[in-house]
Design a protein around this ligand. Structure first.
Ligand SMILES: [Ca+2]
Ligand SMILES: [Ca+2]
Ligand SMILES: [Ca+2]
Ligand SMILES: [Ca+2]
Length: 386
């Protein structure tokens, strides 16, 4: 029986798990069992709802300055002039308070998050690297950390990533909420100072299970719900299985999120609608070097056939081809062939049905159509000749 599970939460590096099946093991005497996730979440959610009902927010709108989208959250003293944060729930305009359901720790959390501004650039997927600033406070108002006004930090949104010299992995709550926002635009002055404008900005209200849970951090007691205001400045796409297809292009169900459900302690019962796993071997496409399980690596499948028609700057198909720019006659940007979808041209023998020996021809659009499904992960196309 898996009666007791003990979890050790490592600083920002996400969660590592140690479970023990024997409740009478003396070696574990120093480990305190964690609070039940369902019970703790209910208590946290009650506290967060109360916080949203009893506090109001002021936002600095000062485009082009480091203070743009800074927020101050204060207790309501005059309800007539200080609308509660909860009053923005599903608002038609901004600020807009929304919720997101998150499956984690074997339960489903509902995260409240406030969109101050959506941003005008790209949404990160929850395994990308982002450039951001933030300010964190407890529900009692204590600010425990802040990078606002300082140098933006770099963060791995996937909690399982290892820290590097310039970036840290984040808590699960950040991983879930940042993909709801977009980056903005940036300009670099001659002195190297980068100014960000029109970036996404918001506030997330996290139950402790999506923060540090039982772990005690500086100025953060165990089981603390956390409030983070943040600004999403920039992102870097990552390719975790290094197969040449960026993570965000391996989001098979297109929901903007990727999960590695091999962590069965954290995810005992993932529902099918959360899974991006073409060959259903339990390894999600973004960490599976052979997405379709045919024994050939995706990297191999994305190698261009030799021949003049497949010319371009890379040996491999990119997902999005780049057309040559006629305004730069001395440079060939051309990458006219993207990863193909299933061929849609004429059958080799139109009198017989499509089969592995009677395939359709590729037409140019098969390599460029927006939103196409790569042929190697297209379950409607079993006729690959690899
Ligand atoms: Ca990949
Ligand atoms: Ca997905
Ligand atoms: Ca797989
Ligand atoms: Ca394959």
């Amino acid at each position: 029986m898996n009666k007791f599970k003990y979890y050790f939460i490592l600083l920002l590096a996400g969660i590592s798990l140690v479970s023990c099946n024997k409740s009478d093991d003396d070696d574990d005497a120093v480990v305190v069992p964690l609070n039940d996730y369902t019970v703790q979440y209910k208590a946290d959610n009650d506290s967060i709802v109360k916080y949203l009902n009893t506090n109001y927010i002021t936002v600095t709108n000062s485009s082009g300055t480091p203070q743009d989208q800074d927020v101050v959250i204060s207790k309501i003293t005059d309800p007539a002039t200080q609308p509660s944060i909860m009053s923005y729930l599903n608002s038609a305009s901004f600020p807009k308070l929304l919720t997101r359901d998150v499956y984690n720790d074997s339960i489903t959390y509902k995260i409240y998050y406030l969109i101050l501004r959506e941003g005008t650039g790209q949404n990160p997927i929850n395994t990308d690297k982002v450039v951001a600033t933030y300010k964190g406070n407890l529900l009692n108002g204590t600010v425990f950390d802040s990078s606002n006004g300082g140098i933006p930090g770099r963060f791995f949104l996937w909690p399982y990533d290892q820290p590097t010299a310039d970036a840290f992995p984040v808590i699960d709550g950040w991983s879930e909420i940042f993909p709801k926002f977009k980056t903005g635009t940036s300009s670099t002055a001659s002195d190297g100072v980068i100014t960000y404008t029109d970036f996404g900005a918001g506030v997330m209200f996290l139950p402790s299970g999506l923060g540090y849970y039982a772990e005690v951090k500086t100025d953060i007691p165990a089981y603390s719900p956390l409030v983070f205001s943040f600004k999403l400045y920039d992102l870097q796409r990552l390719d975790h299985d290094q197969d040449g297809v960026y993570d965000y292009q391996e989001d098979v169900n297109g929901d903007g999120y990727l999960y590695d459900f091999r962590d069965t302690a954290k995810y005992p019962k993932p529902t099918d609608n959360l899974v991006d796993d073409t060959d259903k071997d339990g390894i999600a496409d973004f960490v599976d070097g052979d997405d379709d399980g045919d024994g050939y690596t995706t990297r191999f499948e994305l190698t261009k056939p030799t021949g003049a028609t497949y010319s371009g700057v890379s040996k491999y198909y990119p997902y999005d081809p780049i057309l040559d720019n006629p305004n730069t006659p001395n440079t060939d940007e051309s990458e006219i062939w993207g990863i193909p979808r299933r061929p849609t041209g004429a059958l080799a023998d139109p009198t017989k049905p499509e089969s592995i020996t009677n395939s359709k021809a590729f037409v140019p659009e098969d390599y460029t159509a927006p939103g196409r499904t790569r042929m190697h992960v297209d379950k409607t196309y079993p006729f690959q000749k690899n």
